[in-house]
Design a protein around this ligand. Structure first.
Ligand code: NCD
Length: 306
């Protein structure tokens, strides 16, 4: 059975440390890695829209000297003819050495992995998980703060459907002394199963609030998220909740001078463009980090040492 990355906890804390170290070495010495994956192929199977995740995976493999194949929408694959995800993945695993897959159904990458002869990476499954965005977030936090423990992080926005939030909460619950502040409208709270599994079981205290202003002065990291329109059952609810939080330079006046602002992107309305100029905005650096940590992950899954 190949090694799959379906959930971020499929990697130990030590392995995540190793990936961050490799990503740092890639950033410092990119030329050393440029032929590491020569003659290897990555397939990207995206049954749901994506800009950063798919292109950063592809860019990562190309920067390692490998090549890429795949599709960016279900309509251009045999899924449109009624093929099962299992058969599609079984087929692609005959061509590629590693597969990154995104699907609107929770659990689809896990199910597909049972049919694959090569490693499957979950590139986002419905409103569930997104482990490689979390690796990106962890590399960014590590670069910004120099550590992955001992800070207060606020998650703000759609904590119910935001899969990047679920995976990052789960990942950070394994580090010492991380304080969680969950900021959302009542209807978009972090799902109970994430709280149970990641926080309550481990005895980790957390705070829930609807007010970003109230908690802003205490935060070391602010993780903003988009309200996930595509997961809503009706448009009215989305329209009512979509502008619940809009981060502006004025609101940031109350924040710590060394706050780090993260956002997995795409942004809709929740961070005003004027915030981009603030030195505390780390989300564009986060985009770059996504490529380097995926390079490190591909090397690990293909068992290639440089
Ligand atoms: C996120 C996703 O797809 O879950 N985007 C990403 O991969 N960077 C966040 C989002 O879509 O809001």
């Amino acid at each position: 059975m190949p090694r799959n990355i379906i959930d971020v906890t499929d990697l130990t804390v030590e392995e995540i440390g190793g990936l961050i170290a490799t990503a740092e070495d890639i950033i410092a010495n990119p030329a050393k890695y440029q032929d590491a994956c020569a003659h290897r192929q990555l397939a990207t199977l995206f049954f749901e829209p994506s800009t950063r995740t798919r292109l950063s995976f592809e860019s990562a493999m190309l920067a390692l000297g490998g090549s890429v194949l795949g599709f960016s929408e279900a309509a251009s694959s045999s899924a449109a003819k009624g093929e099962t995800v299992g058969d599609t993945v079984h087929t692609v695993s005959c061509y590629a050495d590693v597969i990154a897959m995104r699907h609107p159904k929770e659990g689809a990458p896990y199910a597909a992995a049972q049919f694959s002869e090569v490693p499957i990476i979950n590139a986002g499954d419905g409103g569930h998980n997104h482990p490689t965005q979390t690796l990106t977030d962890l590399l960014t936090i590590h670069r910004e703060k120099g550590r992955l423990d001992g800070f207060t992080i606020g998650f703000c926005g759609d904590l119910k459907f935001g899969r990047t939030v679920h995976s990052l909460v789960s990942a950070l619950s394994r580090y010492e002394n991380v304080r969680f502040v969950l900021i959302s409208p009542a209807e978009l709270k972090l799902p109970r199963y994430v709280k149970e599994e990641a926080l309550k079981k481990r005895g980790i205290p957390y705070e829930q609030t609807e007010s970003l202003e109230e908690v802003m002065p205490r935060l070391d990291i602010l993780y903003m998220t988009r309200v996930q329109r595509e997961r809503f059952f009706n448009e009215e609810d989305y329209l009512r909740l979509k502008d619940s939080y809009i981060l502006t330079p004025e609101k940031l006046e109350a924040a710590k001078p060394d706050l780090s602002i993260l956002h997995p992107l795409p942004r809709v309305n929740e961070i005003s463009v004027a915030v981009d100029k603030d030195p505390r905005a780390a989300y564009w650096k986060q985009v770059k980090n996504g490529k380097f940590i995926r390079m490190a992950l591909i090397l690990k899954l293909l068992d290639i040492r440089v």
